[in-house]
Design a protein. Structure first.
Length: 119
């Protein structure tokens, strides 16, 4: 089977090949980048709360630091699980189609009436 290019997969209106498996690594990198930006904004929020909120208490910044780290790891783990689930579903579909194709090639072609006796 010939491997199609990304662009031919993208504009394949028969949907015989999947483009999702090719873009998942990019989406995962984007997911991590969004998590980094969100975590840094949490840290900035904690620092601004510390500076402009209730004085120079380090507790709010420490709390936002802990929350940002926990949020980031939960964000990455959740995204990874979601994307692995998508990949598994697409691979199941690909493998199922390969199994169907292989079983069709192995089936003997029927010639004439069936040899089985009807009851």
């Amino acid at each position: 089977m010939e491997e199609k290019s990304f662009w031919s997969r993208l504009f394949d209106f028969s949907f015989s090949s999947f483009v999702t498996l090719k873009i998942i690594p990019f989406l995962y990198g984007l997911w991590i980048a969004i998590g980094v930006i969100a975590s840094l904004s949490m840290l900035a929020g904690g620092a601004s709360f510390m500076r402009f909120g209730y004085g120079f208490s380090g507790g709010s910044f420490l709390l936002s630091l802990i929350w940002a780290v926990i949020f980031f790891f939960l964000w990455v783990i959740g995204g990874r699980i979601w994307m692995e689930t998508v990949i598994v579903l697409f691979r199941i579909a690909e493998n199922t189609s390969l199994l169907v194709q292989a079983s069709r090639e192995k089936q003997p072609k029927e010639e004439g009436p069936s040899q089985e006796a009807s009851i």
